[in-house]
Design a protein around this ligand. Structure first.
Ligand SMILES: Nc1ncnc2c1ncn2[C@@H]1O[C@H](COP(=O)(O)OP(=O)(O)OP(=O)(O)O)[C@@H](O)[C@H]1O
Ligand SMILES: [Mg+2]
Length: 324
């Protein structure tokens, strides 16, 4: 039996920019096991959000996804699926901005109850009870009273919890999270991350978690994928990728975050800029910014190659990182 819950092969996303096509996601492949938490990190614009949205067919206007996507809701072999069939029925998504995802004309309790009513055929009364349970589960105080409120009456933190309760209301096998806690303060963020970990254990729910926060990713994720210029450049167990990068971009990204012990260190950005998705060159896309680049880096075909059982890197000279 396959352990895979999700298989993504050679995903390309084409967007339109001023009438010209660009390919901000350019050959992403990944698999996810049941109950596994995969993190995705990478600089702004690397294609993290579009990759996540492609899985549910939620690309911005003009976007087209191509590639082979397979999902298994019932424990069988992953099979191709229609995004509309799995959204709310096996796969849920949480976005960074809760306000845009909540219907302003719907009381928050009704919003959470909608999934169980439509997808699970619950009665109105049962769905309402379920919504209040879920609100309690995600740590919303006085859920009975708040269920009757409108989105604008809640704080940002509570709105994000409403979104999480909504996403969880259909007991998904896969939860897609796009920086779900970035807008929340640290203590609320910790509670939500704790909740996600608990649900992974209890519901065997897998998670893909996009974040810029390497410390959070290290804490939460089993595996970590690093994206650069529309491609995954490194993937492996989160602790290994963070502590012993096999790609110079990963190493530069790790060096650019404040130390995990300290809090107020200066951010050290990576010099230079990522390439424009309208003009990707051949060879390694990081080479122009890479401190270790050699002549052959821009000549070789680019692909993710295994370096061990559970790790892969796109760097053709990963040994440079081992040198003192
Ligand atoms: N609606 C859009 N129309 C045209 N191009 C877009 C659109 N959204 C994204 N893109 C292009 O795709 C690239 C990747 O976008 P994406 O939102 O996936 O990046 P990201 O990795 O999630 O970045 P961030 O960390 O800032 O959220 C962008 O840099 C931009 O070039
Ligand atoms: Mg994004």
């Amino acid at each position: 039996m396959s352990e895979h819950l999700l298989e993504v092969s050679d995903l390309h996303v084409t967007m339109q920019r001023r009438g010209l096509p660009i390919t901000p996601v350019d050959g992403v492949s990944l698999t996810l096991d049941r109950g596994e938490i995969l993190g995705i990190a990478g600089e702004s614009g690397s294609g993290k959000t579009l990759t996540l949205r492609s899985i549910l067919g939620l690309l911005p206007k003009g976007g087209v996804a191509e590639g082979d996507l397979r999902f298994s809701n019932d424990g069988g072999r992953p099979a191709p699926f229609e995004p509309t069939e799995v959204h709310g029925h096996g796969i849920s998504i949480i976005f960074q901005e809760p306000m845009t995802a909540l219907n302003p004309t719907m009381r928050v309790g009704d919003h959470i109850a909608e999934g169980p009513r439509i997808h699970q055929g619950m009665s109105k009364a049962d769905a309402r009870t379920r919504a209040i349970e879920l609100m309690r589960l995600v740590g919303i105080p006085s859920p009975e009273r708040r269920a009757r409120m409108w989105p604008h009456q809640l704080s940002g933190g509570l709105r994000q919890r409403v979104m999480i309760a909504t996403a969880l209301s259909t007991e998904p096998k896969l939860l897609l999270c796009d920086e779900p806690t970035t807008a929340l303060d640290v203590s609320v963020q910790d509670q939500i991350l704790g909740l996600l970990q608990e649900l992974r254990g209890r519901l065997e729910m897998a998670i893909i978690f996009v974040s810029h926060d390497i410390a959070v990713l290290g804490e939460l994720c089993d595996r970590l994928a690093i994206m650069y210029a529309g491609q995954i450049v490194e993937i492996g167990p989160a602790d290994d990728v963070i502590s012993q990068p096999n790609h110079p971009y990963t190493a530069a990204l790790m060096a650019s975050v404040p130390s995990f012990q300290g809090t107020s260190e200066e951010l050290q950005g990576i010099p230079g800029h990522p390439p424009d998705p309208g003009a990707f060159a051949s060879g390694c896309r990081f080479a122009p910014r890479c401190a270790f680049a050699r002549d052959d880096c821009t000549q070789t075909t680019y692909e993710l190659r295994p370096t061990s059982d559970d790790r892969a890197t796109a760097c053709i000279h990963p040994e440079v990182l081992a040198q003192p």
